[in-house]
Write a protein that binds this ligand. Sequence first.
Ligand code: SAH
Ligand code: DHB
Ligand code: MG
Length: 233
Amino acid sequence: MPFPADQVFGPADQRTWTAVDDYVAGLLSPDDEALEQAIAGAADAGLPAIQVSPPQGKLLALLARSIGARTALEFGTLGGYSTIWLGRALPDDGWLITLEQDPSYADVARANIERAGLAAKVEIRVGAALETLPALEEDGAGPFDLVFIDADKANTPAYFAWSLERTRPGGLIVADNVVRGGALVDESDDDPAIVAQRRFHEALAAEPRVEATTIQTVGGKGYDGLAIALVGK
Ligand code: SAH
Ligand code: DHB
Ligand code: MG
């Protein structure tokens, strides 16, 4: 049987998902200058518009506040949109380290983060995350209260493994783009970015130190999903 996702959903569904995202964000996270400027600044600079949706950004902030997060680590900054949501959710003495491979994206993000008034709380480390993590380790960064994994998808399992060792008990590890239109369960899909999401879920299942679930999402960015793992006490 062919994998059904493409046949089941069409442009009309996408329009509805986007409209509902707009409705939810309009009521529950209304227009905000710094976030709007972050999106506009990224678009002007030609960055791909693949940031989390406004409701997802709010979810990240609510998760951080729910656990009283003070320290956070993000894989994949892009223009700093999710970074701003997370940075705002941390207390004044909190800090957030965000890892971005592309120096020009990091420049855009830095400007957006400054405009949002978060420069003192947020540090961007530029380079491929697997190459910048050792320096982070040497600097004694962590333990982290919340980790958001949203960079190159093939490395999600590696980022999870690294983060798990450095997330405090009661902390959360959240990973974006783990469902990818349902490709997660399409065993014939051998795209490394997809295979990695299966390996990631197997790691979550096998790991006694976390309790995890994945929530499928539809919205302005289509059909995807977020994994949320609570690190055990
Ligand atoms: N978290 C952002 C979106 C991130 S998009 C938001 O929601 O606003 C994914 C980002 O990961 C891109 O900016 C991409 O350049 C970056 N990236 C890709 N490979 C990477 C790597 N190996 N290390 C660090 N960042 C990487
Ligand atoms: C895409 C979406 C994302 O949320 C992301 O982090 C990377 C890529 C995409 O739709 O291509
Ligand atoms: Mg993402």
